[in-house]
Design a protein around this ligand. Structure first.
Ligand SMILES: [Zn+2]
Length: 229
């Protein structure tokens, strides 16, 4: 005997077919990531680990390492674009990577911001969606402390030489924050992916005026191997 909910889900999926955004298999109505892909994602995630091969002199932690599945999923969220998939990724990351042990109640998590023009195109900032999911799960503070002060070309479309200057003066402090709220706190900057680390490096620059105890970054995936082992 199937429940009324299952019946309607089946009924709706006939008229509005849903496919897993990653593997394209048929799914129930409203499901954007199938159970198989959820399991693959869970297997790929680990507790936060220090990234050793990105630019910059601050610590970047990642929840998966050189993993094609998470890298593809992050790309699909951006280019499809799918906020629902971003929300699922945030929730699974928070649980699977045991972020409750990594993020403390006193920490402040800050998403890498997106320019308003791009936000209008995409409808959501994936870094904000992830940061909100982490804050909800761990009870730490969320603050949109950084803003984009100018529109820039996507880093992925830049040549190697353009990458280092493309984001110069692209970020600034949000004028609405109270600076003293950050004094002596640990700030964790959240993004979906770290490639060369340049975006994170540039986005943390304005935070240096806040007198924080430490500034670090946390990403879901990284794929750039500067030093071959
Ligand atoms: Zn799937």
């Amino acid at each position: 005997m199937i429940s009324l909910k299952e019946f309607f889900s089946h009924f709706l999926s006939i008229f509005f077919p849903y496919r897993c955004h990653v593997c394209k298999n048929n799914c129930d109505f409203g499901v954007v990531l199938c159970d198989d892909c959820k399991e693959k994602l869970k297997k790929a995630l680990h507790k936060p680990e220090l990234v050793r091969d990105t630019a910059g002199n601050f610590k970047i932690y990642t929840l998966s390492s050189y993993d094609d599945f998470t890298s593809d999923l992050v790309k699909i969220i951006k280019y499809k674009p799918s906020k629902r998939l971003a929300v699922i990724l945030g929730k699974i990351c928070a649980e699977q990577a045991d972020l409750k042990n990594f993020l403390k109640a006193d920490d402040v998590i800050v998403p890498v911001p997106m320019h308003e023009k791009r936000l209008e195109e995409r409808g959501f900032n994936q870094a904000s969606v992830l940061a909100e999911a982490y804050a909800e799960k761990t009870g730490c503070n969320f603050s949109p402390a950084i803003i984009r002060s100018r529109f820039t070309k996507p880093q992925a479309s830049c040549s190697e030489s353009e990458r280092s200057t493309n984001l110069d003066n692209a970020f600034s402090l949000n004028p609405d924050i109270i600076k003293s709220d950050f004094k002596g706190k640990r700030i964790i900057v959240i993004d979906d992916v770290a490639t060369t680390g340049t975006t994170l490096l540039k986005s943390v620059e304005p935070l240096k005026d806040l007198d924080a105890k430490e500034i670090i970054a946390l990403v879901v995936s990284h794929s750039y191997k500067k030093f071959r082992t």
